[in-house]
Design a protein around this ligand. Structure first.
Ligand SMILES: Nc1ncnc2c1ncn2[C@@H]1O[C@H](COP(=O)(O)OP(=O)(O)OP(=O)(O)O)[C@@H](O)[C@H]1O
Ligand SMILES: [Mg+2]
Length: 381
């Protein structure tokens, strides 16, 4: 039988009178349950976890579980209950902690074949990571139980992964800056000669081939520039500006491009928006990235984009929403990762949102998305 210490650490209830019959029935149930639990704990082979130990265990943020020789859970503290709702069985022998089989580990510890066992497991379904530390508990010269300490290390793992990624990106950044310098000369030669060929082959069958070479070279140049924008470590140059003015100027700049797309662009700009300290070039870049994505998501079938500025709690918010297909739940966790793209080769580098996010963060802000499949997407800085 399991002793749930979160319930038995308080004083025992002793048949208080209650106002209504229903209340009395509940009190009886409660009394009965608590007394049964208390008797069970006193006869428990874990008397050493009573008293001050209980309070101590319950105050810990790590989950603590004690199992007996039959691998049944006898005690779990409050944190274990919270952390492990779906990891631990309510009754019966403990065979798994989430995805981790534990029978052999527990047997080894009870037989003294190991003194300690530590394991970090990532739950496939929930993507949460747990670290389990198993230690035998000695009492009267015998191993009476095994204590399992459970730590949720999801956040730690995420930070570690981010650090690794940042290191990797910094190395890629250096390599790419070098490579792009080397690429820029031959690329300029390629597009220069392609341009020349276009002019020389007017009204011949080679004209469209020359145009294709020129377009391909321009695409590569654009991609190189995009990656360079991402890896370049430049300090923002900030000045006091109005976001609405930046939105209008950016839309002017994109006018031709937007006319080629079957999109209707609406704006809803808060006229009372105060000036903010921003890097105009960067905010334009961020807005262009979001509008580009919205146009590409809407595609040829046409749709609507709305650009809004609002203010909340002393902060300016800039959002771009579209009524395109939205983002698949499976992609949501990855869209801000550098180089993640669902677009075909040459159409997307997968850097637009990563750049936009770093611009937002460079302005002490953030970038987040709201989306539902089939119902568009809204990105807010
Ligand atoms: N408004 C949107 N609607 C639907 N999906 C979107 C939207 N914005 C972004 N996405 C998804 O997020 C992915 C990543 O976007 P991101 O802007 O970082 O890269 P990209 O557009 O693919 O390439 P790049 O911006 O470098 O040309 C896109 O490939 C797309 O799958
Ligand atoms: Mg993009």
């Amino acid at each position: 039988m399991e002793a749930e210490i979160s319930r038995c650490s308080g004083p025992l209830l002793c048949g208080e009178e209650s106002g209504s019959q229903k209340g009395a029935a509940i009190m009886w149930e409660l009394n009965h349950g608590v007394n049964a639990l208390a008797t069970q704990i006193l006869e428990d082979p874990f008397p050493f976890v009573l008293g001050s130990h209980l309070a101590l265990l319950n105050s810990m943020k790590e989950g603590v579980v004690l199992v007996d020789e039959a691998h049944r859970i006898r005690v779990r503290n409050k944190a274990a209950r919270k952390l492990t709702e779906d990891l631990l069985p309510e009754t019966g022998a403990l065979t798994h902690l989430g995805d981790l089989p534990v029978t052999a580990i527990l047997d080894d510890l009870f037989r003294g074949r190991r003194r300690l066992h530590e394991e970090t497991v990532e739950e496939v379904e929930t993507l949460r990571s747990f670290q389990f530390t198993f230690t035998p508990c000695w009492h009267d010269g015998r191993i009476k139980g095994v204590m399992i300490v459970i730590r949720d290390v999801t956040r730690e793992r995420e930070l570690h992964d981010k650090l690794l990624q940042a290191e990797k990106l910094s190395r890629i950044g250096h390599a790419f800056t070098e490579l792009s310098h080397q690429l820029s000369n031959p690329l300029s030669v390629l597009s220069g000669y392609a341009q020349l060929l276009i002019n020389m082959t007017q009204e011949t069958k080679f004209h469209s081939s020359a145009t294709k070479i020129f377009q391909a070279a321009s695409q590569i140049q654009q991609m190189v520039q995009h990656v360079l924008d991402y890896v370049r470590i430049s300090k923002p140059i900030r000045s006091r500006m109005n976001l609405n003015a930046i939105v209008r100027a950016t839309l002017d700049q994109l006018e031709d491009q937007l006319q080629n797309h079957a999109v209707l662009v609406k704006t809803d700009l808060d006229p009372t928006l105060p000036d903010a300290l921003v890097d105009e070039h960067e905010i334009r870049q961020a807005l262009i990235n979001l509008i580009d994505n919205a146009c590409q998501a809407i595609g040829a079938s046409g749709g609507e984009i709305e650009i809004r500025t609002t203010q909340r709690e002393g902060r300016a918010h800039l959002s771009v929403s579209d009524n395109g297909p939205g983002i698949a739940p499976g992609h949501l966790g990855k869209i801000f990762d550098p180089f993640f793209t669902t677009k075909s080769m040459g159409k997307g580098t997968g850097l637009g949102l990563a750049i936009t996010r770093s611009i937002a963060e460079g302005h002490d802000g953030s970038l987040h998305v709201e989306t539902a499949l089939g119902r568009g997407a809204k990105f807010t800085i």
